[in-house]
Design a protein around this ligand. Sequence first.
Ligand SMILES: C[S@@+](CC[C@H](N)C(=O)[O-])C[C@H]1O[C@@H](n2cnc3c(N)ncnc32)[C@H](O)[C@@H]1O
Length: 196
Amino acid sequence: MNHYFTNNDKLKSEKRIINYEYNSYSFSFVSDNGVFSKDKIDYGSKLLIDTYLKNKKEIKNFLDVGCGYGFISIVLSKILKVPGVGIDINLRALELAQENQKLNKVSVSFKESNIYEKINDKYSLIITNPPIRAGKDIVLKILGEAKEYLTDDGEVWFVIRKDQGALSIKKELEKIYSLDIKEKSKGFLIFLAKKN
Ligand SMILES: C[S@@+](CC[C@H](N)C(=O)[O-])C[C@H]1O[C@@H](n2cnc3c(N)ncnc32)[C@H](O)[C@@H]1O
């Protein structure tokens, strides 16, 4: 079975463009079959970006875990103008992310990494719309291990739908972070986690 996080070279390519506006900024994203939210920007990702940007503080850098075709990384890079890294295991999504950063004239370091395996640095922001379909263990690994890659005053921002286990994930993460819900809309919850 194909998922948005499995690599499948044989999947027919049918590229399309998705446009997105944030205040005075205009973005275009090339998308394709075989990637998450291929036809429109995901509502949860948009809510995550909007909520983060309303509450943002000064950051030095960011890491986008499960970056897909680069929506979150590219918007943050354009608006915040700080160095960013986007990681994913889906090679087609990463190729699109490279294409999209050129299209939107930003510079993000996109790379293949199974969760944090290729990450060595620390980040003041780790942001993710995690791959719920990959299972709760992977999601908890992405969110829990983020702590090791976070600066002392760093923040982890993430989105999960209430009907996709947000509250049980919250319960687990409260053991290791101080956790707040910053926004709720259409069943999506936006969380902020900080080191205790
Ligand atoms: C819900 S999608 C979010 C995509 C993108 N950030 C967005 O907002 O449109 C989750 C992403 O996580 C990626 N992913 C799944 N398992 C992963 C893993 N083990 N390591 C890194 N990325 C993974 C998927 O390929 C997918 O692109």
